[in-house]
Design a protein around this ligand. Structure first.
Ligand SMILES: *Cc1c(COP(=O)(O)O)cnc(C)c1O
Length: 330
């Protein structure tokens, strides 16, 4: 595998833990968790891994400004703003959605980290991103564009090597088996594309199942397929993927992106009350809700082990529109 330039600032390896009380409560497969909510950069999350490679590339290009895009409560934008602060870049965030009346959650942190926000709507997001990039370039700010979710082959590389991190870590944990399944929240597809490629390169035998947060199954599968192939090319790994390598479940889209329903609320409560682990309303809450439902449907064999890869997002728990409804009695 081609070695990619990387700046090591994430707290790695992230902790690998077992979830004995939740496993017993559900009476299903043995559950484990990989704590990428603990990657260390301003509340952590999966984007910090990608940024180790992206920031390195930005420096190599002589960039002075990082520009990226996401939703108002984007975890990716918050982690990018933190990396910019840490490595001395200016940061421009093109946020899609209505400008909130209150600074809270990730948006509060973005402002604390010194990012400048450009507002747009979802329809015009990509053109606004491009226009803002061009303007920055013209005035000599030397922008480096990080795509939505940090999901280009450079960023995806981080999750390819994350599979190696997991396999190495498992060698020193005699009480934790090599998982039969890895389950997590999938959206821009970068996390899953990296894992799928890492699975082939490092010979991981388990299955990798992304729970879609906002995309229909086939669309997300196609995105992952393309990203995995592009990243394989970048890393000089001539790997052919098959449709069956890219497992996506889009049964839990509920009311759409960012709409927290009863399933997400239940998952957040169970992980908190049985394991002391905080999930978020948008991504990990939805993925865990899918995991709970699949366990109840006996999708997994009870002798199997399932690793839930926590991808972060916890600042969104502190957004009023969510925490106003999260705490009703259960
Ligand atoms: C971005 C994000 C994801 C999805 O990762 P992708 O690589 O975009 O598929 C999952 N969980 C959280 C908390 C995220 O911020």
């Amino acid at each position: 595998m081609k070695k990619m330039p990387r700046i090591r600032f994430a707290h790695l390896p992230t902790p690998l833990e077992s979830l004995p009380r939740l496993s017993a409560k559900l009476g299903g497969p043995r559950l484990y968790i990989k704590r990428d909510d603990q990657t260390g950069l301003a509340f952590g999350g999966n984007k910090t891994r990608k940024l180790e490679f992206l920031i390195s590339e930005a420096q190599a290009h002589g960039a002075k400004t990082l520009i990226t895009t996401g939703a108002v409560q984007s975890n990716h934008c918050r982690q990018t703003a933190a990396a910019a602060a840490r490595f001395g870049f200016e940061c421009i965030l093109v946020l899609a959605g209505e400008r909130p009346s209150k600074e809270e959650g990730n948006y509060l942190i973005d402002t604390l980290l010194g990012a400048d926000v450009v507002w747009t709507d979802f329809q015009n997001r990509d053109s606004k991103l491009k226009d803002t990039f061009d303007q920055l370039w013209k005035v000599g700010k030397r922008p480096y564009l990080i795509p939505y979710g940090g999901s280009n082959p450079t960023g995806v590389t981080a999750f390819t090597v994350a599979i190696n991190e997991l396999l190495e870590q498992l060698k020193s944990y005699s009480e934790i088996p090599v998982p039969d399944w890895i389950v997590f929240a999938s959206s821009s597809g970068g996390t899953q594309a990296g894992m799928v490629l890492g699975r082939q390169i490092f010979g991981f035998q388990g299955k990798i199942l992304g729970i879609s947060v906002d995309e229909p199954e086939e669309r997300l599968q196609n995105k992952i397929f393309r990203l995995a192939e592009e990243t394989a090319n970048l890393l000089n790994e001539p790997i052919q993927f098959e449709q069956k390598d890219i497992l996506v479940n889009a049964d839990y889209l509920g009311g759409g992106y960012g709409v927290m329903g009863d399933r997400e609320i239940e998952a957040i409560h169970l992980f908190a009350k049985y394991e002391g682990i905080l999930l978020d309303p948008v991504y990990t809450g939805r993925a865990a809700a899918g995991l709970l439902d699949l366990i109840r449907q006996k999708y997994f064999n009870s002798s199997e082990s399932v690793l839930f890869w926590h991808t972060g997002g916890t600042p969104v728990l502190f957004v009023d529109s969510y925490n106003d409804v999260i705490n009703f009695d259960r």
